[in-house]
Design a protein around this ligand. Sequence first.
Ligand SMILES: NC(=O)c1ccc[n+]([C@@H]2O[C@H](COP(=O)([O-])OP(=O)(O)OC[C@H]3O[C@@H](n4cnc5c(N)ncnc54)[C@H](O)[C@@H]3O)[C@@H](O)[C@H]2O)c1
Length: 337
Amino acid sequence: MARERAVLVGAGGISNAWFGPLANEKVDVVGVVDIRKENAQAKIEQWKLTCLPTTDLKATLKATRPDFVVDCTIPEAHCEVTCTALKAGCHVIGEKPMASSMGEARKMVKTAEACRKMYMVSQSRRWEGKHDLVKRMVTGRKLGELTTANCDFYIGAHFGGFRDEMPSPLILDMAIHHFDLARFMTGKDPVAVYAKEFNPKGSWYKGDVAASAIFEMTDGVIFTYRGSWCAEGLHTSWNGDWRFIGDKGTLVYDHDQTPKGQIVVNKEGFFRQIKDMEMPAERVKFGGMHGALREMLAFLRKGTKPQSECHDNIKSLAMVFAVIESSRKGKRIPIVW
Ligand SMILES: NC(=O)c1ccc[n+]([C@@H]2O[C@H](COP(=O)([O-])OP(=O)(O)OC[C@H]3O[C@@H](n4cnc5c(N)ncnc54)[C@H](O)[C@@H]3O)[C@@H](O)[C@H]2O)c1
């Protein structure tokens, strides 16, 4: 079988997480494009590629005719880059977040439909053994009927740079991971949210870097998110610390440790008798971007729909913008996409 051909756009920090898996899967990287040619050149040298660096995406796609494009540009450029690639007849796998507004995201979905091309977003944290394990336990009804999901994320992160200046650094740049994980792990979609963003005293950020949000999810599940990037001491995991409650028991996943669960075994007494749940083995073989890439390759080879294709992923993005709107307006916001 002929090797798949790809063009990578946006040769910045995160592109390093893509060149390895592309090589591993024997994808032919036929172009590296960046508005700063020196960035593309540096990656070509670092990863010992044979293609030339370019700054013109349209011309590069015309000349190289790749099967798909990997969009690793900044969020503000995703819409333009992805739509250009789709219109040139390429499928696209793009970095999160899908876009920097819901308007742009809807335009991207419509363009994928009109061009009859696949556009999927890489939400890298979906391809992680423990996350898959939580998903199997929760959606496999091991806790009975799910009622509640909580996620806490508390890290004191001193980035410097653009995040210190953004209006909603936590929600826009980080919480998209947690919101997408909430959908992934529960199998539920967002319905509405009431949220408050704030900037704690002593914060080294200009914008609101902390938030509390109560989401109504499908089937009556309540997902509560509390987070801050301005919280010194006793950090949670970057994946967040999670609790899931069903009508038969509870599962906790924190500090990236193997999840623990307890379920009720009889229906008597003030405290019911409980037992520890058995956890099956992890089974994700290809993590992070590699897992996402393999879903694009499975689509190209067998037509299998990737789990984070754009019609699905836009729901996670809608949670982000609904939190910001709810906080600004001080009211419950229905979540639409
Ligand atoms: N999955 C993850 O865990 C994860 C982690 C970090 C970053 N990301 C995402 O990856 C994306 C890139 O982040 P980064 O940290 O690599 O940023 P970066 O600033 O290091 O790199 C972005 C690159 O894109 C280039 N670029 C910008 N606009 C362009 C355009 N219109 N056409 C071509 N090139 C363009 C820039 O010159 C730069 O080289 C963001 O969407 C970010 O949220 C994801």
